[in-house]
Design a protein around this ligand. Sequence first.
Ligand SMILES: Nc1nc2c(ncn2[C@@H]2O[C@H](COP(=O)(O)OP(=O)(O)OP(=O)(O)O)[C@@H](O)[C@H]2O)c(=O)[nH]1
Length: 369
Amino acid sequence: MSHFGVEFGIKLNRLNEAEKYLTEAAAVINEKDLADYSFMKLFMGNIKFQQAHYEEALTELEQGEKAFRTLQNDRGLTQLLQLKSDVYAAMNNLPAAYGALLEFVALTKKIDDNSFSHQTTELKVKFDTSRIESENQRLIENQNLKEQELALLEKNKSLQHIILLLTGFILTIVSIFAYKQVQRNRQLQVIALTDYLTKLPNRRHIYAQAAQYFQQALKQQSPFSVIIFDADHFKKINDNFGHELGDRALLTIASAGKALTGNKDLIGRIGGEEFLILLPNTDAERADELAHQLQAHISRLGAEDLPAELKLTVSAGVATLAPQTNTENTYQDKDFASLLKRADDALYEAKNAGRNCVKAARNEAVSES
Ligand SMILES: Nc1nc2c(ncn2[C@@H]2O[C@H](COP(=O)(O)OP(=O)(O)OP(=O)(O)O)[C@@H](O)[C@H]2O)c(=O)[nH]1
């Protein structure tokens, strides 16, 4: 019969059986084996109590109490104290019964308090553990979020690179188009201002240049001369030698004029076989000299690629813008058109004079009005 067997035996009032077992056990249970010894004494005390052997019960309980106290087994001690109180009550020793009961209550309270504090500690540990777990969970979630953010950043970085590359590519294409457009505009401008055959400035261009030189001459009170020259009987050249050869003759005249000015911007083609030379800072005498040089040079030209029988001559008219000698700041021409008209009249004169010659416009005195 085990400890529980003894307890059941007592409960079932099989006291003799329980006592027998305990007496056998007492022979082998050592006083030093406090755990078994304490309960053996408690149960024995109980049996004695049930048998109404109160004094013996108290003796057993006293020995058991000592053992429980040494073991600090409060639960065992409470059972014992409760029983002790019952024994004293049965002996009608109420103060002792009360004292034992008080001790029983105090110890029970202590056990409950310990149990409560234990439960509190347990709850606290549980709470702390769950707090730490949730904190860990939060940290893991944060970490995951950060990783996602990082991945997003990486993705954004790649996108930025692609956008930068695309922007660079588009900018390059746009720049190339813009550059080509500027080039084309320049070419168109050049085409718009250039004579297709001789590549000299056309009439619009050379007139614009001339107007500027005219204003400059007025401002600086410097002379400005122009020469208009025109191929003689050019229709006949075309008729007799063909249009293509006529073109080559025009090119020969153009390069002779260019050679005279030394600057291609100072000579332009203003009509089919008519050219204009601008001579800034050149007085009438020098302009006349240059016109004669040109006329003589062209008439001597038996150009390599022109037939010997083709007689190439030009007639020229010269006009000069110069201040009147007797009055300050008074000019014969108010604008370039007036100067050009005088040169054209001089050319007409040269044509009438039999061609292949030069005529200069007279600088007539004008009244100051
Ligand atoms: N080959 C060629 N001929 C041209 C060109 N432009 C104009 N002509 C010709 O030049 C000729 C000019 O003739 P006209 O105005 O009668 O003058 P011209 O025959 O030179 O007579 P004058 O000027 O009075 O000496 C015309 O037959 C035009 O066809 C050109 O670019 N090439």
